[in-house]
Ligand binder design. Sequence first.
Ligand code: DC
Length: 223
Amino acid sequence: MTNVITIDGPSGVGKGTISEHLSDQLKWNYLNSGALYRAIAWVARNDLINLNDTKGLEKASKNIIFSLENKKLKIQYKNKDIGSLIYDEEVAKIASKVSSKPKVRESIINIQRSFKKPPGLVAEGRDMGSVIFPESQLKIFLTASIETRAQRRFKQLKDREFNVSLPALIKDLDARDRRDKERVNSPLVIPKGAFVIETDNLTVIEVKNTVNEKVNKTYGTNI
Ligand code: DC
């Protein structure tokens, strides 16, 4: 049996930071499932695929090669590594729309499950514990208010020298939250049995420590 830890939660809550750190500590594989939707969004923008053209989007997702390299996700499209090109706010907005399409979600279920390989997997997203890996032994759900999340993202984007405004980020996050929660197929929910961490008043180190404690208790590790 291969172990899998799922980390779910809304946009901008810090799932990426915690999941990447945890997978590094455990030396497990790491699946950032949002990157799959972002890659499809990037291809839709690049190839001018209409977002209502579900067949076109499905086809695009089939032509993207998702693999693991050094335990991390590698994304190739037409022989080009597009992994570093998918993190701007425009791609995020398209990804939010693309990910609400049931056919698109279905088209990448098996790919996501194929990342569950020894020695283990840390999987991050919106439906990792509820739909993709319901068998997971440890399900974490991170939460924070929309203001806290917008502030964190604002700082991140400023550090990377992107020009953004805080009110615009709050508006975007609100729209994304709504799409995540209201979609019919795999909406954002707290998975059954998940351990919820309210992160508004916690530092990154405090969240990491809380997660580590849970991991140690579940797997008898010492991280
Ligand atoms: O986590 P992220 O912001 O990189 O995710 C990009 C988009 O993909 C976001 O709008 C939510 C969506 N997503 C999803 O629907 N299901 C997942 N498991 C992961 C992300």
